[in-house]
Ligand binder design. Structure first.
Ligand code: SAM
Length: 273
């Protein structure tokens, strides 16, 4: 196994002060990073897409686990440190400079299945999460998503009905996938420490319910949770036939969105698809 210099030394040598504009909060604890890399299961020989490797803390843990890593990083300053890491693990690391929001990940991974791991700024992470989980095509090319979020966002992703955190993100993550909160990460684990606590969410793709359009489900949850305090009778008014369909399948239109289970949203989308 390659003998790597401590991450703090790599950062000092390459002058990688954390940039606030790029949402940079680095992880240095190698034991913690190894535990994160273990969340998706055995990665030996598997393809991994890492978004936002920064100085490469999580990247080294993935390489140690034997993964073949493609890492997308938009901060050019990090590239020399990542190149060094690539030399320590010959043939295992490919670094792509660019904005992950603008790249076609499936194409980048050559059409092969891949696991996704990342510790990203909140806004980029959520945008990618919504993209990875959306669309009509299922199962996806990714085999799992292991993503760091603010703890509050992680709780929204895994929330159950009737919880205040339950909303669009929960339905999106759970209607054809299994989402779980895999690990809480204390703010002090990061340099610099962010203001809030973080948590890692793991999502595995499940089966696509038959006869349901993802677009219809997305429109329903958008409308229903857009006015979450209102009754469905009011919030679903803008979707032709939705209130009647709810009634037909036994969802009382006097209920509010936050009481409607993921399975009920799926039933409703099926009735309208
Ligand atoms: N993975 C490293 C770690 O855990 O220590 C760095 C995490 S830091 C929170 C987020 C990284 O994502 C930064 O290196 C930042 O430059 C990069 N980044 C931010 N937005 C990005 C984007 N749209 N595409 C690719 N990388 C991005």
């Amino acid at each position: 196994m390659a003998d790597l210099p401590p991450l703090r030394e790599v950062i000092a040598r390459h002058g990688l002060s954390a940039s606030k504009a790029l949402g940079q909060n680095f992880l240095f604890d190698e034991q913690l990073l190894d535990r994160i890399a273990a969340i998706p299961g055995d990665l030996a020989g598997k393809q991994v897409l890492e978004v936002g490797p920064g100085p490469g803390g999580l990247t080294r843990a993935l390489l140690r686990a034997g993964a073949r890593v493609t890492a997308i990083e938009m901060d050019r300053r990090c590239l020399p440190a990542l190149a060094e890491l690539g030399e320590a693990f010959p043939g295992q690391l490919r670094v792509v400079e660019g904005d992950a929001l603008k790249l076609d990940h499936g194409e980048l991974m050559g059409g092969e299945p891949f696991a996704v791991l990342s510790n990203l700024p909140y806004n980029v992470g959520t945008a990618l999460f919504v993209r990875w989980l959306g669309g009509e095509s299922w199962p996806p090319q990714w085999t799992s998503l292991t993503l760091m979020f603010q703890q509050e966002v992680a709780q929204r992703i895994v929330a159950a009905p009737d919880a205040s955190a339950y909303g669009r993100l929960a339905v999106l993550a759970q209607w054809r996938g299994q989402a779980r909160l895999a690990m809480k990460v204390h703010r002090s684990a990061f340099t610099p420490p962010p203001k809030v606590m973080s948590a890692i969410v793991h999502v595995a793709p499940g089966t696509m319910p038959e006869g349901v359009s993802a677009r219809t489900l997305e429109r329903l949850t958008e409308a229903a949770f857009g006015q979450r305090r209102k009754m469905l009778r009011q919030s679903l008014k803008g979707i032709p036939g939705a209130v009647e369909a709810a009634q037909t399948i036994g969802i009382d239109p006097q209920r509010r969105a936050e009481t409607v289970s993921v399975a009920e949203f799926v039933e409703l989308a099926r009735a309208l698809s």
